[in-house]
Design a protein around this ligand. Structure first.
Ligand code: UD1
Ligand code: CA
Length: 462
């Protein structure tokens, strides 16, 4: 869309959320609403994007900067309404001179790229001066209503708080998404005033101005599941429910089984292979990729991970990590960020792994902490092994060679290296490197004192 630009409104306070966080950073399926909007605009091939910031501007710009895309930011110092927000983009629009401009509220996450494109085509084909995205709502409360004349021509948008009883009965609502001819928008903005119930400059009033000038105002009517917005926590839950169901349907089509949706929430950006089964209580966040034939859950959390095929992940948590084919994890284990787990690894119960590489076929069956470690393949960890990676000042790495056998309750005081095929005796505290193939015993030798208990008992007070 060469000659198009987008202006995203993200300056509002979002009072109804009752939050320290900007409304547009509130999440739907673990993804901030503003990210849904930015992804849609970018996927619609609009790269000329201006974001209006205001309330919590630093919070929002800091978040957007992490996306690694270039946006123009303009500041709306006082939040005097959506029309006033767009006025802050006047200079930007005058300089970049797009023929048409898309305006989107930052709190309507489901307007996707194909909708932005089709609604642009409608705008162009009908030669409209403004095209408003609308829906027919069962419960239009809170939304601006589309006012039409007896022939059906759009006359304006009336806000809930300014509407008469009759106008409140109108079911066609304004989604808060518009394509404008840029010059028409800029002209209309100069006529706005705050003469309304909220004493704000309403962007929606430009529609009345434009149609009053004899110019063309049109609509593109779509299902409410695309246009719902969130002003409150309750509406946020409604959006989560809509998105959650849409994600499930996409996954069912892709051959994923969800046996019971209780407590299951899956990010819209997750990819899951066919024949994978998701069990109750499973939360999958971020850009997680899960392979074919896996069993995930019950009661698991996976955030931004890549899992291979046939992984069994039971009642455990993993973040920012990679897990190979045929790995089993859990129950009750945790993979903290930056783990790379190779194929056929078994991680059992009460195991924590952090910032570590675990080689093929290694078994870490129970009650073990592996942190900052590079572990080879075919290693066996006994129960209760601890890599002692932190001395209170710095973190150090533990290196364990292929096929090593780490006895139960071994402490590996890092930095330390266990050679290929080396053994540690159970209960050892290893402070020095162990050569390949050696057995390291680092514990005091056992001493049995015959008859000791009998003597002790004689002197014991009754
Ligand atoms: C707005 C529309 C309403 C529409 C609804 C769709 C207006 C006047 N009303 O109402 O017709 O049905 O969206 O969801 O436009 N913002 C700013 N600066 C401000 C005020 C708001 O940047 O001074 C931003 C907000 O951050 C938000 C967006 O504009 O992203 C919409 O503002 P909000 O207050 O949520 O408008 P609604 O009352 O929902
Ligand atoms: Ca809103």
């Amino acid at each position: 869309m060469g000659k198009a630009a987008a202006v995203i409104l993200a300056a509002g306070e979002g009072k109804r959320m009752k939050s320290d966080k900007s409304k547009v950073l509130h999440e739907v399926l673990f993804k901030p609403m503003i990210d849904w909007v930015m992804d849609s605009v970018t996927e619609a091939d609009i790269d000329n994007i201006c974001v209006v910031l205001g309330h919590n501007a630093d919070q929002v710009s800091e978040h957007l900067n992490k996306r690694g895309q270039k946006y123009t930011y303009v500041l709306q110092e006082e939040q005097l309404g959506t029309g006033h927000a767009v006025m802050q983009a006047r200079e930007y629009l005058e300089q970049t001179k797009p023929e048409d401009v898309l305006i989107l509220n930052g709190d309507t996450p489901f307007i996707d790229s194909s909708l932005i494109k089709s609604f642009y085509l409608e705008h162009k084909n009908k030669k409209n001066d403004v095209t408003i995205l609308t829906s027919i709502a069962d419960n239009p409360f809170g939304y601006g209503r589309i006012v039409r004349d007896s022939s059906g021509n759009v006359k304006g948008i009336i806000e809930e708080k300014d509407a008469t009883d009759d106008e409140r009965k109108i079911k066609e609502i304004n989604a808060g998404a518009y394509w404008f001819k840029t010059d028409v928008l800029l002209e209309a903005l100069s006529h706005l005033n705050g003469d309304n119930a909220q004493h704000e400059y309403y962007l929606t009033d430009t529609v009345k101005i434009i149609s009053g000038q004899g110019l063309r105002a049109g609509t593109c009517i779509v299902d409410m599941k695309y246009t719902a917005g969130a002003n409150s926590r309750k509406q946020l839950l409604e959006l989560n429910n809509i998105a959650r169901q849409l994600v499930f349907e996409k996954l069912f089509d892709a051959g994923v089984t969800i046996t019971d949706i209780s407590g299951v929430s899956i990010s819209p950006d997750a990819e899951i292979g066919y024949d994978t089964v998701i069990l109750p209580g499973t939360i999958i966040k971020g850009k997680t990729k899960i392979g074919i034939g896996c069993q995930i859950g019950p009661n698991s959390l996976i955030d931004n991970c890549v899992l291979g095929d046939n992984v069994v992940f039971n009642a455990s948590q993993a973040r920012n990590s990679k897990i190979g084919n045929n790995v089993t994890v859990g129950p009750f284990s945790q993979l903290r960020p930056d783990c790379v787990i190779a194929e056929n690894v078994h991680i059992g119960d009460f195991v924590e792994v952090k910032n570590s590489n675990i080689g093929c076929g290694t078994k870490i069956a129970h009650l073990t902490y592996v942190g900052d470690s590079d572990v080879g393949g075919g290693v066996n960890f006994g129960c209760g092994v601890v890599t002692v990676n932190y001395d209170g000042v710095k973190k150090s790495r533990t290196i364990i060679g292929d096929n090593a056998f780490i006895g139960c309750n071994t402490n590996l005081i890092a930095p330390v290296k266990v050679g290929n095929g080396a053994y540690t005796a159970a209960g050892s505290t290893i402070t020095m490197d162990i050569p390949d193939g050696a057995l390291s015993v680092a514990r005091s030798r056992q001493q049995n004192i015959d008859g000791w208990a009998e003597k002790k008992l004689k002197n014991r007070k009754k």
